[in-house]
Design a protein around this ligand. Sequence first.
Ligand SMILES: C[S@@+](CC[C@H](N)C(=O)[O-])C[C@H]1O[C@@H](n2cnc3c(N)ncnc32)[C@H](O)[C@@H]1O
Length: 355
Amino acid sequence: MKIDCKASERVRASRTQVRRLSVASKSLKMAGSAECPVVEVAYQTDLGTMIHGKIENALESRYLQDHKGKINLIVTSPPFPLVRKKRYGNETGEAYLQWLEALATPLAELLTDDGSIVIEIGNVWEEGAPIMSTLPLEALIAFKRAAKLNLCQHVICHNPARLPSPAAWVNLKRARLKDSFTHVWWMSKAEFPKADNRRVLNPYSKDMKKLLERQSYNAGTRPSGHVISKSGFLTDHGGSIGPNVLDLAGEHYPESLLKYTGTGWDAGYRSYCKKNDLPCHPARMQSSLSAFFIQFLTDENDLVLDPFGGSNTTGSVAESLNRRWISVEADRDYVDGSIGRFPRLAFEEQNESAG
Ligand SMILES: C[S@@+](CC[C@H](N)C(=O)[O-])C[C@H]1O[C@@H](n2cnc3c(N)ncnc32)[C@H](O)[C@@H]1O
């Protein structure tokens, strides 16, 4: 169905009959095109808005321009860089780096002064060789530099349950270890962005629980030189402060993340995609990772953006945590499938299709 570009016109989509609202886009006007809008609002919930389109175009739309300085947290996993070995240099890699770098400033401009950007990037391997690409890290550095951001913390997201990969070098040649973590870079404009680790405490260990009951331990100087005071460990703070290695599938994830771990969070989404003959997103973010940073870095009613929304894990987790959200996704099928993350919308959608 052809979609008119006038702002606020409501149209009905042909495939999943999602209500859509076109967004006036500066880039559209520059292109002078009367064709489909470059970006459009695909659906809205009580707290959020899903935009279909490329983030480059969405950033130029009036909708996101109006949100400059108002977004408390950007949490996202961008598409991975493609690595193709070329005889002279690696054009694909360089183009990726420049593309991500160019997004840094306009994204940072959307942030509140105390806002944060959290980017998850996995490891990338060179094609045809057991060699890791440094491109993801170079792209992160370029992104950070371009927007003059501070690196608040480099967090490792460890998923020991991952299947062994890359299979050729790990399973067959037995020449490499299983790749089981992703890089998460937490960046900000300010030195002290909004953050409170008390919201993401890990459960105390058995030993610590005993110590709190006993109300005694060996104080004094440890071989490392650390001085342990007489009463510093006697107060129950409700849990221990987590390390910068997140084991979100393990025993020690914060209790506040319980409902986001495992496969439960995705069940409704997967069955909705299946019913509607839509592809399940192949590279979904762990809902517990998104939940961890949303809880750690925002308050209720704050605004969270995911510029590479995919199946809209971020938006659905934000909604359940009473945060407002905006997601942008370029692929129409992933946008349509993401409705399955919102039971009320999915229900309405099914009824409309049936009727
Ligand atoms: C790694 S996936 C994100 C997955 C998402 N976090 C989830 O949980 O489903 C990256 C997504 O970015 C989308 N994408 C790629 N280029 C884009 C662009 N220029 N603007 C918006 N989305 C884009 C891809 O279609 C893909 O769905």
